[in-house]
Design a protein around this ligand. Structure first.
Ligand code: GCU
Length: 422
């Protein structure tokens, strides 16, 4: 007991130490220089799409893999066994068709089951589909008693009836306000939902989730620049996409990868790695998402690496309080999505995520989009509240805090409509 308390105490002190450095004051941001987006490691200026795609882009992908999120093993293109758990459920009084699918991955004598919940507008072939992870299981996203409960580990949340790290009926519909399924369906879009803990439970423990399926004999955690949880979640989203592409109802759809917060970090990295995502949305993604790390406003690299070490490759730890040493910053992550449309959203009170830094992360990705002749935000000044920009790099700032609101979805839908129109 004593040692447990002293460990806890040490952790709290460490966290308090890291937290006390948090700055919210714009005037205290020290001058910084961002790594140049359009100059290769060897110093070559990147002037064409061809040079970007053959030289600079692969270089930047490698830097994010090795230094930040960690590399996904090459063998991870694993094909799952697919079990259709529900083929054609009726949802939303017949307006939507519900499918539930299990993807079973097997390797190294271990098995991982990932549940996919899909709502498609009834009678509409190949609608554009939003694909998004959720925090408390697929059943949390809608008032729909037919959604199967995932047996995967989940952090306890008493208000949702989760006390033994297991999703219960109490979680049903608890996050419905973040997922306006009816609005999405009425707008002619489909929605595919995945519980992120199915792919990798969100705790600093590499004995569960997808990672162990790829361990060598005796290995217990990924190597220093191998995949952390964000890379694992990005990987899982691509496996959901494999499934959607194999299914006639969605084989010719457009696919929109959406994520909020840590899952917004995931959607950006997933969108960077897999060019089959036609459009990417990152809501309130903050540090390790779109916010410029060198600003050190709100959450910093050191703070995130202290609280959530398992999200990133171990190598990322070396940039704790050493942001200027990073060979990348987050505008380069957004640039990897070019020329595909990307949408970034911030909330005024979500200062932890550094809304100004989120805008700048989006804005400074512009040169990559301009290589393709695409329209980008005109100014480095963050737009006013509720004045969205819908150029190829889209952005809005809304009132309120860290959340996903109806306003956010109205923008995601309008932006997707505009950019995915054939
Ligand atoms: C924490 C964390 C953020 C993250 C957020 C979330 O606040 O510090 O980096 O984005 O959780 O995922 O909700």
């Amino acid at each position: 007991m004593k040692s447990f308390l002293s460990i806890l105490f040490t952790i709290l002190i460490m966290k308090a130490g890291a937290q006390s450095k948090v700055n919210y004051d714009e005037s205290k941001v020290e001058p910084y220089t961002l790594p140049e987006l359009l100059r290769s490691a060897s110093g070559q200026e990147i002037k064409t799409v061809k040079e970007w795609e053959s030289i600079r882009r692969p270089e930047i992908v490698r830097l994010f893999e090795e230094e930040v999120y960690g590399k996904i093993p090459a063998e991870a293109q694993l094909k799952p066994n697919i079990e259709i758990l529900e083929k054609e459920g009726t949802a939303l009084h017949g307006k939507a068709v519900r499918q539930q699918i299990a993807l079973d991955f097997e390797r190294n004598g271990r098995r991982l089951r990932v549940h996919l919940l899909v709502y498609l507008p009834a009678g509409q072939d190949n609608p554009p589909v939003f694909v998004g992870y959720n925090f408390y299981g697929n059943a949390s996203i809608a008032e729909d008693e037919n959604i199967l409960l995932s047996p995967s580990w989940v952090p306890n949340k008493k208000e949702f009836g989760i006390t033994e790290n297991q999703i219960t009926d109490g979680a049903r519909g608890q996050r419905a306000h973040r997922w306006p399924v009816e609005k999405i369906i009425d707008s002619g879009f489909g929605l595919a939902a995945i519980y992120y803990g199915d792919v990798d439970p969100d705790r600093d423990d590499f004995s569960d989730g997808i990672h162990p399926l790829f361990y060598e004999e005796g290995q217990t955690k990924p190597g220093p620049s191998e995949w952390g949880a964000i890379s694992a979640w990005a990987w899982g989203a691509s496996r959901a996409l494999d499934y959607l592409k194999s299914e006639p109802a969605t084989a010719n759809s457009k696919y929109i990868l959406f994520g909020h917060s840590r899952l917004g970090k995931t959607s950006l990295w997933g969108g960077a790695l897999d060019k089959r995502w036609d459009l990417v949305i990152a809501n309130n993604s903050g540090c390790g998402g779109v916010a410029i790390s060198r600003r050190k406003i709100g959450e910093t690299v050191e703070v995130i690496n202290t609280s959530f070490p398992h999200w990133f490759a171990d190598r990322f730890q070396k940039y704790n309080d050493q942001e200027s040493e990073m060979p990348v910053d987050q505008h380069m992550l957004v640039a990897l999505i070019a020329p595909r449309p990307v949408y970034i959203s911030s909330a005024v009170e979500d200062r932890w995520a550094d809304p100004v830094g989120e805008y700048l992360g989006a804005y400074y990705a512009s040169p990559a989009y301009q290589l393709y002749g695409l329209e980008t935000p005109a100014s480095d000044q963050q737009p006013s509240v509720s004045e969205p920009i819908h150029t190829s790099i889209g952005y809005h700032l809304r009132p309120g805090g860290h959340d996903v609101t109806d306003y956010d979805w109205e923008q995601f839908i309008a932006f997707s409509r505009k950019h995915l129109r054939k």
